[in-house]
Design a protein around this ligand. Structure first.
Ligand SMILES: O=C(O)CCC(=O)C(=O)O
Ligand SMILES: [Fe+2]
Length: 325
Protein backbone atom coordinates (compact mmCIF):
# COMPACT_ATOMS: atom_id res chain seq x y z
CA UNK A 1 0.00 0.00 0.00
CA UNK A 2 0.96 3.63 -0.38
CA UNK A 3 1.73 3.90 3.31
CA UNK A 4 4.75 1.65 2.80
CA UNK A 5 6.20 4.27 0.48
CA UNK A 6 6.81 7.48 2.42
CA UNK A 7 6.00 10.97 1.21
CA UNK A 8 8.94 13.24 2.00
CA UNK A 9 8.55 17.02 2.03
CA UNK A 10 11.43 18.42 -0.05
CA UNK A 11 10.51 22.09 0.47
CA UNK A 12 13.72 22.82 2.41
CA UNK A 13 15.75 22.21 -0.78
CA UNK A 14 13.15 22.42 -3.58
CA UNK A 15 13.87 24.55 -6.64
CA UNK A 16 11.71 27.35 -5.27
CA UNK A 17 14.33 28.23 -2.66
CA UNK A 18 17.81 29.47 -3.40
CA UNK A 19 20.72 27.16 -2.73
CA UNK A 20 22.12 28.79 0.40
CA UNK A 21 18.72 29.09 2.05
CA UNK A 22 18.45 25.69 3.75
CA UNK A 23 20.24 25.26 7.07
CA UNK A 24 22.69 22.41 7.54
CA UNK A 25 20.36 20.92 10.17
CA UNK A 26 17.38 20.95 7.76
CA UNK A 27 19.43 19.26 5.06
CA UNK A 28 20.72 16.63 7.51
CA UNK A 29 17.17 15.76 8.58
CA UNK A 30 16.03 15.51 4.98
CA UNK A 31 19.10 13.45 4.08
CA UNK A 32 18.48 10.93 6.86
CA UNK A 33 14.90 10.24 5.84
CA UNK A 34 15.72 10.13 2.12
CA UNK A 35 18.60 7.70 2.51
CA UNK A 36 16.67 5.54 4.96
CA UNK A 37 13.79 5.15 2.49
CA UNK A 38 16.01 4.62 -0.53
CA UNK A 39 18.00 1.94 1.34
CA UNK A 40 14.92 -0.06 2.29
CA UNK A 41 11.95 0.60 0.02
CA UNK A 42 14.11 1.98 -2.80
CA UNK A 43 11.20 4.27 -3.76
CA UNK A 44 9.83 7.47 -2.26
CA UNK A 45 7.45 10.29 -3.10
CA UNK A 46 8.75 13.86 -2.82
CA UNK A 47 6.50 16.91 -2.48
CA UNK A 48 7.31 20.61 -2.99
CA UNK A 49 10.22 19.98 -5.34
CA UNK A 50 9.69 23.28 -7.18
CA UNK A 51 8.40 21.90 -10.49
CA UNK A 52 4.76 22.94 -10.86
CA UNK A 53 1.81 20.80 -11.88
CA UNK A 54 1.36 23.22 -14.76
CA UNK A 55 4.83 22.42 -16.11
CA UNK A 56 4.14 18.69 -15.80
CA UNK A 57 0.73 19.03 -17.50
CA UNK A 58 2.25 21.02 -20.34
CA UNK A 59 4.64 18.18 -21.09
CA UNK A 60 1.86 15.59 -20.81
CA UNK A 61 -0.24 17.61 -23.27
CA UNK A 62 2.42 18.18 -25.90
CA UNK A 63 3.49 14.53 -25.67
CA UNK A 64 -0.16 13.49 -26.17
CA UNK A 65 -0.17 15.56 -29.33
CA UNK A 66 2.97 13.82 -30.59
CA UNK A 67 1.61 10.33 -29.85
CA UNK A 68 -1.63 11.27 -31.67
CA UNK A 69 0.26 12.01 -34.94
CA UNK A 70 -0.09 9.50 -37.81
CA UNK A 71 2.29 6.54 -37.65
CA UNK A 72 4.17 7.59 -40.80
CA UNK A 73 5.02 10.94 -39.18
CA UNK A 74 6.13 9.29 -35.93
CA UNK A 75 8.23 6.82 -37.95
CA UNK A 76 10.38 9.72 -39.18
CA UNK A 77 11.44 10.34 -35.60
CA UNK A 78 11.95 6.75 -34.55
CA UNK A 79 14.74 5.98 -32.08
CA UNK A 80 17.57 4.33 -34.05
CA UNK A 81 17.48 0.65 -33.17
CA UNK A 82 21.15 -0.25 -33.59
CA UNK A 83 22.13 1.78 -30.53
CA UNK A 84 25.16 3.27 -32.28
CA UNK A 85 23.35 6.42 -33.46
CA UNK A 86 22.03 7.64 -30.15
CA UNK A 87 18.86 6.84 -28.27
CA UNK A 88 16.75 9.93 -28.93
CA UNK A 89 13.36 9.47 -30.58
CA UNK A 90 10.07 7.62 -30.73
CA UNK A 91 9.65 4.03 -29.52
CA UNK A 92 6.55 2.24 -30.87
CA UNK A 93 4.02 0.14 -28.94
CA UNK A 94 5.31 -3.41 -28.17
CA UNK A 95 8.78 -2.47 -29.40
CA UNK A 96 10.27 -3.03 -25.96
CA UNK A 97 9.96 -6.12 -23.86
CA UNK A 98 11.58 -5.40 -20.53
CA UNK A 99 10.62 -8.71 -18.89
CA UNK A 100 11.99 -11.64 -20.90
CA UNK A 101 9.05 -13.91 -20.10
CA UNK A 102 6.39 -11.52 -21.32
CA UNK A 103 5.27 -10.22 -24.75
CA UNK A 104 6.19 -6.64 -25.82
CA UNK A 105 5.10 -3.86 -23.47
CA UNK A 106 1.80 -2.06 -24.16
CA UNK A 107 3.40 1.38 -24.21
CA UNK A 108 4.93 3.94 -26.52
CA UNK A 109 7.59 6.47 -25.60
CA UNK A 110 9.48 9.50 -26.81
CA UNK A 111 13.10 9.51 -25.67
CA UNK A 112 14.48 13.02 -25.21
CA UNK A 113 18.26 13.10 -25.12
CA UNK A 114 19.53 16.58 -25.85
CA UNK A 115 21.81 17.61 -27.49
CA UNK A 116 20.76 15.71 -30.64
CA UNK A 117 23.37 14.18 -32.93
CA UNK A 118 23.52 15.93 -36.35
CA UNK A 119 21.55 13.20 -38.11
CA UNK A 120 18.54 13.51 -35.80
CA UNK A 121 15.90 16.23 -35.48
CA UNK A 122 13.00 17.09 -33.23
CA UNK A 123 9.57 16.74 -34.92
CA UNK A 124 9.07 19.65 -37.37
CA UNK A 125 5.34 18.97 -37.19
CA UNK A 126 5.28 19.85 -33.49
CA UNK A 127 7.94 22.44 -32.59
CA UNK A 128 6.46 22.81 -29.07
CA UNK A 129 7.72 19.33 -28.23
CA UNK A 130 11.32 20.52 -28.38
CA UNK A 131 10.54 23.74 -26.52
CA UNK A 132 8.56 22.16 -23.70
CA UNK A 133 10.73 19.01 -23.56
CA UNK A 134 14.05 20.82 -23.29
CA UNK A 135 12.73 23.29 -20.69
CA UNK A 136 11.44 20.40 -18.59
CA UNK A 137 14.72 18.53 -19.06
CA UNK A 138 16.60 21.53 -17.64
CA UNK A 139 14.34 21.62 -14.61
CA UNK A 140 14.92 17.89 -14.06
CA UNK A 141 18.68 18.46 -14.18
CA UNK A 142 18.49 21.17 -11.51
CA UNK A 143 16.26 19.08 -9.28
CA UNK A 144 18.42 16.00 -9.75
CA UNK A 145 21.53 17.85 -8.55
CA UNK A 146 19.69 18.85 -5.38
CA UNK A 147 18.40 15.36 -4.71
CA UNK A 148 21.86 13.88 -5.33
CA UNK A 149 23.39 16.41 -2.96
CA UNK A 150 20.95 15.49 -0.19
CA UNK A 151 21.56 11.79 -0.85
CA UNK A 152 25.32 12.34 -0.67
CA UNK A 153 24.93 14.07 2.72
CA UNK A 154 22.92 11.09 3.98
CA UNK A 155 25.53 8.66 2.64
CA UNK A 156 28.40 10.64 4.23
CA UNK A 157 30.14 11.03 0.89
CA UNK A 158 33.42 12.79 1.74
CA UNK A 159 33.71 14.82 -1.48
CA UNK A 160 30.17 15.98 -2.32
CA UNK A 161 31.18 18.61 -4.95
CA UNK A 162 33.28 15.91 -6.65
CA UNK A 163 30.33 13.51 -6.64
CA UNK A 164 28.00 16.13 -8.14
CA UNK A 165 30.64 17.03 -10.68
CA UNK A 166 30.38 13.51 -12.11
CA UNK A 167 26.90 14.53 -13.32
CA UNK A 168 27.88 17.92 -14.76
CA UNK A 169 27.17 16.99 -18.40
CA UNK A 170 23.49 16.02 -18.06
CA UNK A 171 21.85 17.35 -21.23
CA UNK A 172 25.18 18.49 -22.68
CA UNK A 173 26.46 15.33 -24.40
CA UNK A 174 28.65 12.42 -23.22
CA UNK A 175 25.97 11.74 -20.62
CA UNK A 176 23.00 9.36 -21.09
CA UNK A 177 20.40 11.07 -18.87
CA UNK A 178 17.06 10.73 -20.57
CA UNK A 179 13.62 12.35 -20.29
CA UNK A 180 11.01 9.93 -21.55
CA UNK A 181 7.28 10.75 -21.76
CA UNK A 182 5.39 7.44 -21.89
CA UNK A 183 1.87 6.66 -23.10
CA UNK A 184 0.17 3.39 -22.29
CA UNK A 185 -2.84 3.09 -24.63
CA UNK A 186 -6.30 2.03 -23.37
CA UNK A 187 -6.26 -1.73 -22.82
CA UNK A 188 -7.07 -3.34 -26.21
CA UNK A 189 -9.83 -5.98 -26.49
CA UNK A 190 -7.24 -8.61 -27.33
CA UNK A 191 -4.27 -8.74 -25.01
CA UNK A 192 -1.57 -11.39 -25.48
CA UNK A 193 -1.04 -13.97 -22.78
CA UNK A 194 0.87 -12.34 -19.85
CA UNK A 195 1.12 -9.01 -21.67
CA UNK A 196 1.18 -5.93 -19.39
CA UNK A 197 2.01 -2.24 -19.73
CA UNK A 198 5.61 -2.51 -18.57
CA UNK A 199 7.22 -5.77 -17.49
CA UNK A 200 9.14 -6.35 -14.26
CA UNK A 201 12.50 -4.59 -14.29
CA UNK A 202 14.94 -2.44 -12.41
CA UNK A 203 16.13 0.88 -13.83
CA UNK A 204 19.79 0.74 -14.75
CA UNK A 205 20.95 4.32 -14.22
CA UNK A 206 21.66 6.18 -11.00
CA UNK A 207 18.26 7.57 -9.94
CA UNK A 208 14.89 8.02 -11.66
CA UNK A 209 12.39 10.84 -11.15
CA UNK A 210 8.85 9.88 -12.21
CA UNK A 211 5.69 11.92 -12.66
CA UNK A 212 2.45 9.93 -13.05
CA UNK A 213 -0.93 11.14 -14.30
CA UNK A 214 -3.99 9.94 -12.32
CA UNK A 215 -4.04 6.38 -13.66
CA UNK A 216 -3.01 3.46 -11.41
CA UNK A 217 -0.80 0.52 -12.38
CA UNK A 218 2.73 1.11 -11.07
CA UNK A 219 3.81 -1.54 -8.55
CA UNK A 220 7.04 -2.27 -6.68
CA UNK A 221 8.38 -5.49 -5.22
CA UNK A 222 9.02 -5.23 -1.49
CA UNK A 223 11.96 -6.87 0.29
CA UNK A 224 9.60 -9.66 1.36
CA UNK A 225 8.58 -10.22 -2.29
CA UNK A 226 5.11 -8.72 -2.33
CA UNK A 227 3.97 -6.52 -5.21
CA UNK A 228 2.48 -3.30 -3.82
CA UNK A 229 0.96 -0.36 -5.71
CA UNK A 230 2.58 3.06 -6.02
CA UNK A 231 -0.63 5.02 -6.56
CA UNK A 232 -0.42 8.45 -8.14
CA UNK A 233 -0.44 11.19 -5.48
CA UNK A 234 -1.15 14.68 -6.89
CA UNK A 235 1.70 17.15 -6.39
CA UNK A 236 4.38 14.49 -5.91
CA UNK A 237 7.26 13.09 -7.90
CA UNK A 238 8.37 9.50 -7.32
CA UNK A 239 12.12 8.95 -6.89
CA UNK A 240 13.78 5.55 -7.13
CA UNK A 241 17.24 4.02 -7.25
CA UNK A 242 18.73 2.36 -10.34
CA UNK A 243 21.29 -0.46 -10.60
CA UNK A 244 24.23 1.86 -11.17
CA UNK A 245 23.55 3.74 -7.93
CA UNK A 246 23.00 0.52 -5.99
CA UNK A 247 26.44 -0.70 -7.09
CA UNK A 248 28.05 2.72 -6.61
CA UNK A 249 26.67 2.90 -3.04
CA UNK A 250 28.13 -0.53 -2.24
CA UNK A 251 24.56 -1.92 -2.07
CA UNK A 252 23.49 0.57 0.59
CA UNK A 253 20.76 1.96 -1.69
CA UNK A 254 18.26 -0.43 -3.23
CA UNK A 255 17.39 -0.74 -6.93
CA UNK A 256 13.85 -2.03 -6.52
CA UNK A 257 12.05 -4.17 -9.14
CA UNK A 258 8.88 -2.55 -10.44
CA UNK A 259 6.32 -2.93 -13.24
CA UNK A 260 3.15 -1.37 -14.65
CA UNK A 261 0.18 -3.75 -14.67
CA UNK A 262 -3.14 -3.56 -16.54
CA UNK A 263 -5.82 -2.01 -14.33
CA UNK A 264 -8.74 -4.19 -13.22
CA UNK A 265 -11.25 -1.35 -13.11
CA UNK A 266 -13.20 -0.82 -16.33
CA UNK A 267 -12.95 3.00 -15.99
CA UNK A 268 -9.14 2.82 -16.00
CA UNK A 269 -8.92 0.20 -18.77
CA UNK A 270 -10.75 2.56 -21.13
CA UNK A 271 -8.28 5.44 -20.79
CA UNK A 272 -4.57 5.79 -21.49
CA UNK A 273 -2.02 6.02 -18.68
CA UNK A 274 0.74 8.59 -18.99
CA UNK A 275 3.93 9.03 -17.05
CA UNK A 276 7.15 11.01 -17.37
CA UNK A 277 10.33 9.36 -16.12
CA UNK A 278 13.66 11.21 -16.05
CA UNK A 279 16.43 8.62 -15.95
CA UNK A 280 19.59 10.04 -14.43
CA UNK A 281 23.03 8.84 -15.46
CA UNK A 282 26.46 10.08 -14.42
CA UNK A 283 28.68 11.33 -17.26
CA UNK A 284 29.82 8.55 -19.59
CA UNK A 285 33.44 8.86 -18.48
CA UNK A 286 32.63 9.12 -14.73
CA UNK A 287 34.58 6.51 -12.82
CA UNK A 288 32.28 4.90 -10.28
CA UNK A 289 34.27 3.97 -7.18
CA UNK A 290 32.24 2.69 -4.22
CA UNK A 291 30.97 5.75 -2.34
CA UNK A 292 31.43 4.08 1.04
CA UNK A 293 35.17 3.82 0.44
CA UNK A 294 34.98 0.02 0.24
CA UNK A 295 36.27 -2.13 -2.61
CA UNK A 296 33.10 -4.20 -2.83
CA UNK A 297 33.00 -3.56 -6.58
CA UNK A 298 35.92 -2.63 -8.82
CA UNK A 299 35.80 0.90 -10.28
CA UNK A 300 33.89 1.05 -13.57
CA UNK A 301 32.94 3.93 -15.85
CA UNK A 302 29.28 4.79 -16.31
CA UNK A 303 29.68 4.04 -20.02
CA UNK A 304 30.98 0.52 -19.32
CA UNK A 305 28.08 -0.07 -16.97
CA UNK A 306 25.61 1.14 -19.57
CA UNK A 307 27.09 -1.05 -22.29
CA UNK A 308 26.42 -4.10 -20.14
CA UNK A 309 22.71 -3.43 -20.26
CA UNK A 310 21.82 -1.22 -23.21
CA UNK A 311 20.21 -2.68 -26.33
CA UNK A 312 19.00 -5.76 -24.48
CA UNK A 313 15.36 -4.80 -24.19
CA UNK A 314 14.24 -4.67 -27.79
CA UNK A 315 11.51 -7.10 -28.70
CA UNK A 316 13.25 -8.18 -31.89
CA UNK A 317 16.54 -9.00 -30.21
CA UNK A 318 17.25 -12.55 -29.09
CA UNK A 319 17.73 -11.61 -25.45
CA UNK A 320 15.57 -9.36 -23.34
CA UNK A 321 16.45 -8.45 -19.80
CA UNK A 322 14.53 -6.83 -17.00
CA UNK A 323 16.13 -3.46 -17.62
CA UNK A 324 14.59 -0.35 -19.02
CA UNK A 325 15.17 2.95 -20.69
O1 LIG B 1 5.18 4.44 -16.09
C1 LIG B 1 5.58 4.22 -14.96
O2 LIG B 1 4.93 4.56 -13.97
C2 LIG B 1 6.91 3.53 -14.73
C3 LIG B 1 7.69 3.28 -15.96
C4 LIG B 1 9.00 2.64 -15.68
O3 LIG B 1 9.22 2.03 -14.68
C5 LIG B 1 10.10 2.79 -16.64
O4 LIG B 1 9.85 3.25 -17.77
O5 LIG B 1 11.24 2.44 -16.30
FE1 LIG C 1 11.38 1.72 -14.41
Amino acid sequence: MAEEIPVIDFSAYGLSCSEGEASRAELETLAQSLVHTLSTVGFTYLTHVGISQQEVDELFEVSDRFFALPIDVKEKYRRPSDGSRGRHGWVAIERERVAADRPGDLKEAFNMLPPLPPEQTWPNELPELEKVGTAFFDKCVQLTLRILEVMAIGLNVPDIPGFLDLHRSMGKGRNSSLLRPLRYPPVPDCVKDRQIRCGEHTDYGSITLLWQDGAPGLEIETLDHRWVPVPPIPGTVVVNIGDMMQRWSGDKLRSTPHRVVLPDEEEWRKVPRRSIPFFVHPDDDALLTCLDGSDKYPPMTAEEHLKNFASKIYADLPTAFGKTN
